[in-house]
Design a protein around this ligand. Sequence first.
Ligand SMILES: [Zn+2]
Length: 150
Amino acid sequence: MTVVNHAAAGAVIALVIKQPYLAVLLAFLSHFAMDGLPHFGYSGYSEALKHRLTHLYIFLDLVGWFFLIWAMSGLPWLPYIAAFAAVLPDILQSSYRATYYFWLEKRGKHFHRGPLSKFHRWIQWGHYPWGILIEIAVAVLLISLVWKLK
Ligand SMILES: [Zn+2]
């Protein structure tokens, strides 16, 4: 799912649940619930990069960020922390992949998925090109909610 959708979900959670620890924990867990929805994607990164729709998807993510940052302006720190927590599983995954690619692979180490990474992959059962419509609907809904709740 787009990074902005995860961040917006985290912000909405923090705007509804005002207890910091609970909000941040739920925001982190929301990542997996969001990834459990059918969403945009192809099987594998190299396949995805062959399609123009992937470029549109990246562009929409950036446009979404513009609206989310606008919607979040003036908010206290908690929604920002929760937004970060909601994106964290993807940050961990990417840093793990980068570490593997740039460091471990060159030392002849084999790619190993940890339990969280395995779960993260397993929960994303539904990657479809038409999932971009779900991504857009979720972005409009969640960013509007941030506007409404602030
Ligand atoms: Zn994810």
